[in-house]
Design a protein around this ligand. Structure first.
Ligand code: THU
Length: 162
């Protein structure tokens, strides 16, 4: 039997169309672009996480001469948030990407590894993580749960009773 998988997300034409708290988080993600260390790709990614205790934690990508060692902005931000606020949940993450000082036209969507880590974080927190992805104009995407981007995810239940 054929099955389909549908991803529902919202697209906004301008930042002003978002609620003020989302605008604030996106602004924080853009601010975090300045933290990116990208001598190899020049592709800067900034992220900002909102936590259930009201804190906002920012992070960026950090590259390495051994290319596979590059740390993505989403994962470094998540790690920073969990380390600094171990008793809180991450509720929202905004992401912005830029090259040569210009936001990318289309939003940068999380890579596969980040999707897997975001999925695990949702499982740990027991609640979804909203993703707000910013591109230049007419391209703000909002996903209500990061796991919507990872159909048929591999999770702890697959490991059985270990
Ligand atoms: N990158 C991220 O920070 N997040 C993603 O989801 C995709 C890729 C970074 C890794 C690397 O430093 C640069 O973007 C180019 O791949």
């Amino acid at each position: 039997m054929r099955q389909t998988y549908q991803v529902v997300y919202a697209q906004y034409a301008s930042l002003e169309a978002l609620p003020p708290e989302d605008q604030q988080l996106v602004a924080a993600a853009r601010g975090a672009l300045s933290l990116a260390y990208t001598p190899y790709s020049g592709f800067c990614v900034g992220a900002a996480a909102r936590l259930s205790n009201g804190a906002i934690v920012c992070g960026a990508n950090f590259e390495n001469a051994a290319y596979p060692m590059c740390l993505c902005a989403e994962r470094s931000t998540l790690a920073a948030a969990i380390s600094r606020h171990p008793d809180a949940c991450v509720t929202d993450i905004a992401v912005a990407a830029a090259t040569k000082g210009q936001l990318t036209n289309t939003p940068a969507t999380p890579c596969g590894a980040c999707r897997q880590v975001l999925y695990e974080a949702e499982q740990k927190f027991g609640r979804p993580i909203r993703l707000i992805l910013q591109g230049k104009d007419h391209s703000l995407l909002v996903f209500e749960r990061a796991s919507d981007l990872l159909p048929l995810a591999f999770g702890s239940e697959a490991l059985g009773s270990i």
